[in-house]
Design a protein around this ligand. Structure first.
Ligand code: HEC
Length: 113
């Protein structure tokens, strides 16, 4: 029974991940907005060490971060002049699609313990 519940739960989680964003549309949006100009080739080779690697990052985290740049100075916002300007034209749906695309890319991110 426990295994069945876990299996059902995992099914739900993966379904919601799929529903979370349209990868193909996210790729188009990332191209259109030149995100790789700073975040680098394959979103893994940023042009400056201050620009974070994005490839393979958790989609929920990317979405949260991008929405925080949109909030800017408001509560729980991220006040960053560069990214604040980048996210302005993006809708919440655009953000979810971009997050899904970036998450789908092969990652060089590592966990150090
Ligand atoms: C002009 C350079 C530049 C461009 C273009 C740019 N970014 Fe950024 N991005 C940055 C910098 C710098 C930061 C770090 C800002 C900070 O310290 O909060 C950042 C941070 C981020 C973060 C937060 C990552 C984390 O680990 O917290 C995300 C997500 C992100 N950018 C996505 C995008 C997307 C999507 C686009 C295209 C719509 C984009 N960026 C375009 C420079 C850029």
């Amino acid at each position: 029974m426990k295994k069945l519940i876990i299996a059902l739960f995992c099914g739900l989680v993966s379904l919601s991940a799929v529903a979370g964003g349209n990868i193909a549309n996210g790729e188009q949006l990332a191209k259109k907005n030149n995100c790789a100009a700073c975040h680098g080739a394959d979103f893994s080779k940023p042009v400056d060490p201050a620009y974070p690697k994005l490839a393979g990052q958790h989609a929920e985290y990317l979405e949260h971060a991008l929405k925080a740049y949109k909030r800017g100075d408001a509560a729980n916002g991220r006040n960053n002049a560069i990214m604040g300007g980048q996210v302005k034209p993006l809708s919440n749906n655009d953000i979810a699609d971009i997050a899904a695309y970036l998450h789908s890319l092969p990652s060089e991110l590592v966990l150090k313990r």
